[in-house]
Design a protein around this ligand. Structure first.
Ligand code: IPE
Ligand code: IPE
Ligand code: MG
Length: 236
């Protein structure tokens, strides 16, 4: 079983369009799919689940859609936090705080604090997140330590970079799922997905169910993870 599953939850807009509904309804149904996925991940005993909820590039969407998406995140934390806590879910938000309103930051900090000792599932929500932005922030942190004299340029290693990412405390994703048929990473977890298995599903995110999650895990289990090495001896 994968230890860590990351999901690019894509296709809310197309789901709404194909059902003759407003985009907001697609995003609302997307939140419902999040609830179902969290429940399924707990039942399947997946230790870490990372969900891409808002990218650093999503600010370029129409103002109304951006405020709808942020409104839904706030509503999700307010409404679902007690359920998540009861389910033993630890909530952790990754991404940049730059440009995020104070009320959102307060909600996030409360959710993290309240659930910090929960052990059933680490739910990592990527909000205002971009992979390149995260790598730059990690490089800046390291640069500051060098400037302060506590570190030398030669000390920079892969492990040090990983330790300065937002995801420092979590293992790299084993399985990365994207819904909606698009086959790209859209700047998600670029550093951490170096050796993740990628599974692209055609369903739109609001239609994603436990059986789609199980289908992706089934595909993952058929993969041969080699990490650049070779398991069997071939004549050379
Ligand atoms: C995913 O659905 C949700 C976010 C990116 C926040 P989209 O809104 O991207 O849906 P499509 O890609 O337009 O169908
Ligand atoms: C990626 O989806 C971001 C999230 C799922 C939050 P997008 O819909 O923003 O990605 P592109 O624009 O199709 O690459
Ligand atoms: Mg999209």
């Amino acid at each position: 079983m994968p230890e860590h599953i990351a999901i690019i939850m894509d296709g809310n807009g197309r789901w709404a369009k194909s059902n003759g509904l407003m985009k907001l309804e697609g995003h609302r149904r997307g939140v419902e799919a999040v609830r179902q996925t969290v429940k399924a991940a707990i039942e399947l005993e997946i230790p870490h689940l990372t969900l891409f909820s808002f990218s650093s590039e999503n600010w370029s969407r129409p103002k109304k859609e951006v405020s709808d998406l942020i409104g839904l995140l706030k509503l999700f934390i307010r409404r679902d936090l007690s359920t998540l806590h009861r389910q033993g879910v630890r909530v952790k938000i990754i991404g940049s705080v730059v440009g995020v309103e104070d009320d959102v930051l307060v909600l996030i900090a409360d959710a993290e604090k309240q659930t910090e000792n929960n052990k059933n599932l680490n739910l990592v929500v990527a909000f205002n997140y971009g992979g390149r932005d995260e790598i730059v922030r990690a490089a800046t942190r390291i640069g500051k330590k060098i400037e302060a004299g506590g570190l030398h340029a030669e000390d920079i290693t892969v492990d040090l970079m990983s330790a300065n990412m937002d995801t420092a405390e979590f293992p790299d994703p084993d399985l990365m799922i994207r819904t909606s048929g698009e086959q790209r990473l859209s700047n998600f977890l670029l550093w951490q997905c170096a050796y993740s298995e990628l599974v692209f599903l055609d369903c739109y995110w609001p239609d994603f169910s436990r059986s789609d999650l199980e289908d992706a895990i089934r595909q993952y289990r058929l993969r041969d993870r080699r990490y650049g090495g070779r398991k069997d001896e071939l004549p050379s």
